[in-house]
Design a protein around this ligand. Sequence first.
Ligand code: SF4
Length: 226
Amino acid sequence: MSRDELLRYLKDFHWNDVDVAAGPPGTGADAAAPAEADPLAAPDLAGMAAALADCRRCRLCQGRSRVVFGVGNPRARVMFIGEGPGADEDRQGEPFVGKAGQLLNAMLPAIGLRREDVYIGNVVKCRPPGNRDPEDDEVAACLPFLHRQIELVGPDVIVTLGRIAARHLLGTTAPISSYRGRWTSFAGRDVLPTFHPAYLLRNPAAKAQAWADLKQLLQRLAATPR
Ligand code: SF4
């Protein structure tokens, strides 16, 4: 529609106070681009996952197949947190589905839990290239989303898996042997750091310590029933 046609059209409807130079509503320079939803403002996990599905807030978006948001019971009593997706997780869009995930799945029934009873997330939601450790700026970009997931799930206990999860959630750079199996807290919630299942696959002798950690988890859950 030309400007003159538009003027005639508006005049016919007695819309004389419209700024024609700006064009019809929604078509000019003032037309608002669709607002990008703020994942942190989402009221639930599903809304947050949808708002993060095309996240480009850090360079990890460049090599990922998909954002691996998290999975499990949205009101889980136990939340497991790893460091980031690997190749299998990147392909399937779900955390802990590779060999390490299969070991985690096998460990859960030993303490009376199934995978669907717990919630599983990661410090970063996109796969670091070559499975390298996520860098500090990448973690800084992504960690607020994990914090919000923790708020939304509201677990009684958080289990950090491996040194990267403990480093970024608990702020420790000490060797994992110095704090593994020792209760601590994050945002008022009990936290039990333990080994990453991938480490247990490489070092089967450490499974005895991981089992001792799981027993502590079981005792804590039994002592504080919901
Ligand atoms: S790692 Fe996190 S912050 Fe970075 S692009 Fe993926 S979802 Fe966004």
